[in-house]
Design a binder for this molecule. Structure first.
Ligand SMILES: NC(=O)c1ccc[n+]([C@@H]2O[C@H](COP(=O)([O-])OP(=O)(O)OC[C@H]3O[C@@H](n4cnc5c(N)ncnc54)[C@H](OP(=O)(O)O)[C@@H]3O)[C@@H](O)[C@H]2O)c1
Length: 258
């Protein structure tokens, strides 16, 4: 008899990955957290040896990823949920630094292609995949070229491979997320004056968990207009959320086949 559900979460040491890991542990998952940082949040450290298994891995170092299969084999034979969350951002002109752009593409995109190939044997009927994409994937931006390129390619990849996975009973939820409060924006050299409206981290984590529990094919999590911002902050997140869904319904239909 299988007692526990196993979830693998990338980028679990910080921001959304840490918030999702905590929520999944509270829902009785055993979480295998992958991150390059060994600086695990204290709240997750308390779960070490019981329901949080940390793995230190640099996702942009694609050679390291080929050892992942044997590492997971020592833990479980089935992953009930895989959350592709880890991400790297860089804001700046394309011609300034090619290496950093390649790091962004390796971390955000290539690592996922290798990981899904390595993890295929652990994905069985009813396994789920959650992919954290970004609204930066939806329109070109001259100052976030490699980030937008990696995220839009992810949208393409996961929407395309979805059918193949569905034949095995595996579902994919693609989350397209607006800017939210986390250390991410500072790390990416982001000018925060461009993003005065930031979603609360807990709100984003809650929406992601709800989307996977409902097996949604995609979820758009965000604030687009001043009106939405005012409603979100003055009236409340629930009403703001309904308005977001209403305002984005056309775009969502255009972007994602249901
Ligand atoms: N925050 C936003 O406004 C926003 C908006 C839309 C979408 N997203 C997406 O949401 C996801 C999570 O972002 P977040 O805001 O939670 O960011 P975060 O707080 O920076 O967390 C990302 C985690 O991934 C880790 N990571 C980065 N590169 C890695 C690598 N090469 N190998 C292993 N781990 C690596 C980071 O480690 P280090 O701390 O060592 O770098 C960090 O622990 C990302 O995919 C991001 O693109 C974020």
């Amino acid at each position: 008899m299988k007692l526990n559900n196993y979830a693998l979460v990338t980028g679990a040491a910080s921001g959304l990955g840490a918030a999702l890991s905590e929520r999944l542990i509270n829902e009785d998952y055993i979480v295998i957290g992958i991150d390059q940082s060994q600086d695990w949040p204290v709240r997750l450290q308390k779960k070490f040896n019981s329901n949080f298994i940390p793995i230190c891995l640099d996702l942009k170092n694609t050679q390291e990823l080929h050892g992942l299969k044997s590492e997971i084999e020592g833990i479980t034979d089935k992953l009930d949920l895989v959350v592709f969350n880890a991400g790297l951002n860089h804001c700046g002109r394309f011609f300034s630094n090619l290496k950093v752009h390649l790091d962004v593409i390796n971390t955000n995109l290539i690592s996922q292609l290798i990981m899904i190939s390595e993890l295929e044997t652990f994905l069985k009927k009813d396994s789920q995949i959650l992919v954290i994409s970004s609204t930066a994937s939806l329109k070109p931006s001259y100052f976030q070229i490699s980030y937008g390129l990696s995220k839009s390619s992810l949208n393409y990849f996961w929407r395309s491979i979805r059918k193949e996975l569905r034949q095995k009973g595996i579902s994919v939820t693609l989350a397209v997320v607006c800017a939210f409060k986390s250390p991410f924006l500072h790390k990416g050299n982001m000018d925060l004056s461009r993003h005065p409206r930031l979603l609360p981290l807990d709100y984003v984590a809650g929406k992601c968990i709800r989307a996977i529990s409902r097996k949604r094919r995609y979820v758009f999590i965000g604030v687009r207009s001043k009106l939405q911002y005012i409603v979100f902050n003055l009236v409340g997140w629930r009403v703001g959320d309904c308005l977001t869904r209403f305002l984005n319904r056309k775009e969502s239909f255009d972007l994602f086949d249901r």
